[in-house]
Write a protein that binds this ligand. Structure first.
Ligand code: SF4
Ligand code: MG
Length: 341
């Protein structure tokens, strides 16, 4: 039986303010239960916008986004509420995601009350279960967000998302605001919860080391487009797109660990690579270059790259890339990111 939890095909979204901006287009993604998809790229490339579009917080102006076979609801009706319950988000800044006037136990209880799910005893039992699953003990139930550490707060945010028993968890840079020393704990917890609850997880990160650690698949974004996607292991060890290669190469070298357009973590790659320097202007989503949007910075640019937009092609298996260097490969019609089970 086909179990497509979540898919997006050629969707576009636009910001109305402060100006028209093509933030996300030509997107084709699919995510199934029990699977983690990493979405990577420099800051400003449209990762967060895509995430908000996927869970219906931003409208997609064209294309099709479905969740569990149903179109993403735009109208804020009862159906929308039910759909939103299935799609929960963990944000970068846990303090901003929590209500500073609510005790920890009430932070997690609140979504159940708002959604009017079950009686009081059932709600409390679910709250305790969610807090226990993220390692928050009863001694912290009566505390307020500012009395907790950053790591504890992010655990509470996770409990608040999980208490609704979502099918999809979208994590937008969930540990980048946390101390390095506790990032691994939170990542491992997220990964364990994803597996034990069979969640579909969209994991947005600029840290390729974390992505390699927890993601089954990866999609690389550049100026609102996914330019390479497929199995994480394959793409992070044998990138086909010059931009992906540059991202990986930048983090394989200590001197390149901090780029000008966002911090990139180490890949954990064992073999040192020759560092590929990105030349030219950093990406500006207001003024997208013609042809291949990456051409002004590409070390492998061909003449046609300035005028012809590369289309996504399949390399082998599930590995897709949009780059003229790979133009001989089969044109891509649709990229399944996971085998149906
Ligand atoms: Fe570079 Fe051309 Fe490929 Fe774009 S299409 S990444 S400019 S080689
Ligand atoms: Mg972002």
């Amino acid at each position: 039986q086909v179990s497509r939890n979540f898919s997006v095909k050629d969707s576009k979204t636009r910001f109305a303010k402060p100006r028209i901006l093509r933030a996300v287009n030509q997107i084709s993604l699919e995510l199934n239960a029990g699977q983690t998809l990493g979405l990577v790229g420099e800051s400003g490339c449209g990762k967060s916008t895509l995430a908000r579009m996927l869970i219906g917080l931003l409208p997609a102006s064209s294309g099709e986004i479905t969740f569990a076979g149903q179109p993403i609801q735009a109208k804020r009706n009862a159906h929308w509420r039910a759909q939103r319950r299935d799609m929960q988000m963990v944000y970068q800044d846990p303090l901003a995601a929590l209500d500073r006037r609510l005790k920890i136990v009430d932070q997690v209880l609140e979504p159940l009350v708002i959604q009017n799910l079950g009686d009081r005893a059932t709600q409390l039992a679910a709250t305790h279960e969610a807090l226990e699953s993220v390692g928050i003990g009863e001694d912290l139930y009566g505390r307020y967000p500012h009395e907790l550490s950053g790591g504890q707060r992010q655990r509470v945010v996770m409990a608040r998302a999980l208490v609704l028993k979502p099918r999809l968890l979208v994590c937008d840079e969930p540990v980048s605001a946390l101390d390095l020393s506790i990032q691994a704990q939170v990542i491992n917890l997220l990964s364990d919860l994803q597996k034990s609850r069979n969640l579909a997880m969209l994991f947005i990160s600029h840290d390729l080391r974390i992505v390699r650690h927890i993601c089954d698949d990866v999609a690389v974004m550049y100026l609102g487009k996914i330019i390479e996607q497929g199995p994480a292991e394959k793409i992070l060890s044998e990138p086909a797109h010059p931009y992906t290669a540059a991202l990986i190469s930048a983090v394989s070298h200590p001197s390149g660990a901090r780029g000008t357009n966002g911090t990139l973590g180490a890949t954990g790659a064992t073999e040192p690579r020759k560092r590929i320097l990105l030349t030219g202007e950093p990406p500006n989503p207001i003024d997208v270059p013609t042809g291949c949007a990456f051409h002004p910075r590409c070390p492998s640019m061909l003449a046609r790259c300035k005028t012809e937009t590369p289309i996504k092609t399949m390399l082998d298996g599930r590995h897709a890339v949009a780059c003229h260097l790979h133009q001989g490969s089969a044109p891509l019609v649709y990229v399944p990111l996971a085998t149906d089970s």
